[in-house]
Every structure is written in C-alpha cells, then in structure tokens.
Design a protein. Structure first.
Length: 279
C-alpha cells in the first residue's frame, strides 16, 4: 500500500474505542509503515473525550513501550490533538510545548457563545441545529463566525504542525442551511483562513474520518481549490477511533487528490517530515 501512514489517532486514553496497542496491530496488518497517536489534549476543565493531565505520563510511557516492542515493524510517533479554546489554553501554551512530542495537531471543536457558554460544534447535525437556536439565537452565521475566529486566532498563536480537519463546521452548517457554504460571506472566511495557513506554513490535514459514513472529507473537496492556490503541504489522516478503521477513507482521499492535480503529501518518516509522491 502506498502512502501508508496516519498521524491522527485516538485510543482509550481519550475517546478512542481500544487500547493503543490494538491500533498498532491494526496498522501493521493494514500495511502501514508509520503511525502516530494524537489523543485529545487536556482541557482546563474535565471532559469525557480528552486525556486527563494526570494521565499524560502513562500515555507517554505506553507509547515508548510500544515503540520499543514494534521497532522494525512500523515507525511509531506520539503527538496530541490540542484544542484552541482561548488565549490561555491552546497549542502554543507552555505546558504543551514542553511535552516530548513528535508532532502537534491544532484543532477547533469548541467556541464561545454570546453569553460566554462553551459550545461544542463537533456534534451531530440535529444537536448542532439545537445549539444554533439555543445559544446563538438561531443565527447560523454567528456560530460559523465564532468557529472561524477561533481558527484564525489559533493560527496566529501557532505551536502546532498540522491544522486538524479545517472547516469541519461545513457539514453541519449545510444541514442547517443548504448552500450556505457557497455564499459569498462563507467563502470570504474560507479564503482568509487558507491565506493565513499559507503564512504560517502549517500542514493541512485531509481528514477522512466520516468518509465511510457520508462521503465527507474535512476540509470539503470544494475547499481544496484554496490548498492548490496557496500550494499548501498536505497530510492525509483518518482521525481514527476504532482499530478496524485505521485506513478508512484514506485511499479514496489520495485518489481524489491525485485526480485534482496534487502530486505529493507529507509523511513523518525517519523522524522528519518528508514530501512524498502520491502513489
């Protein structure tokens, strides 16, 4: 299998469905040559889907054990998916920068509603609609605006290598209002976001997590025009939570990228990010 790598993976240290080793075994069986773990990083409050700060030593220790045990069979790397929440809690925070990680993914899941309540945008379509009504007074544009503002501020702060599932809000926004992502105001926000990504040099993740459910990628295939415009570096990741889905959607994403005129993707191998031709 060509381009057999993945660097976005959640195990039972956060909201993944199995222990870390089960994902390693599944990756080897699938023919992967490199695999990275990226548990959801601790937040300043308790959350069922994140790694607790007190569990960080155990997370890193288990990774080191597996790296030794499977040496010669697969390259293993450790990272975190770190939320931008606010100016005190984000990928650039001293705590995250001092951890011995191979890579960091910066993502936006949570935004602040006008009343100051923290809202999780990474939810099902029906609940997303409820949040728009309950927390943003029915104003979809306000919620989307909060998402893009957080994404822009995360990029300005830096501290990460990969921007995770860029524009993930697009799918739920479309369920609320068909065609909204093609509107002038939405496209203007997208263009500004990708222009800032280009300035920072961050890698853009093509996230394949939901392809097996509904054929969606994050960012949306329609957004790839901005990746091409700015010649942004790409990493294809499955954002996997179940071992059996380590490769879900990756081959389809790589095929579509190649058909769209992209020639290379980034892969972390030999301890360095490398530009590798799409097979």
């Amino acid at each position: 299998m060509t381009n057999a790598t993945n660097y976005h993976s959640h195990c039972s240290f956060c909201d993944g469905n199995a222990p870390m080793e089960e994902f390693v075994k599944a990756a080897i069986e699938a023919g992967f040559i490199a695999y990275g773990f990226s548990s959801h990083a601790p937040l300043p409050f308790s959350a069922r889907w994140t790694l607790a700060r007190e569990e960080m030593p155990a997370y890193l220790a288990e990774f080191e054990r597996l790296k030794r045990e499977y040496e010669g069979k697969i390259e293993l790397y450790v990272g975190l998916e770190i939320d931008y929440l606010n100016e005190a809690s984000n990928p650039a925070s001293v705590y995250f920068q001092q951890l011995p990680l191979d890579f960091r993914i910066g993502s936006v899941h949570l935004v602040y509603a006008p009343d100051g309540e923290i809202v999780d945008t990474d939810t099902g379509a029906e609940n997303f609609k409820r949040l728009v009504d309950a927390n943003f007074h029915g104003d979809l544009k306000a919620l989307v605006g909060a998402y893009f503002e957080a994404s822009m501020r995360m990029l300005e702060k830096g501290g990460f290598d990969i921007i995770g599932h860029t524009n993930k809000v697009w799918y739920n926004a479309e369920q609320c209002e068909t065609g909204v992502t093609d509107s002038a105001w939405y496209q203007a926000k997208l263009a500004d976001l990708f222009a800032l990504i280009a300035e920072t040099g961050a890698m853009v993740e093509i996230n394949t997590k939901y392809f097996h459910r509904n054929g969606s990628f994050f960012p949306n295939v329609k957004d790839w025009k901005y990746i091409k415009r700015w010649n942004l570096p790409i990493v294809v990741n499955s954002d996997v939570h179940f071992p059996e889905l380590v490769n879900a959607g990756r081959s389809e994403a790589l095929k579509l990228l190649k058909e769209a005129g992209f020639r290379t993707v980034r892969q972390l191998m030999g301890g360095k990010w490398q530009e590798v031709e799409i097979g």
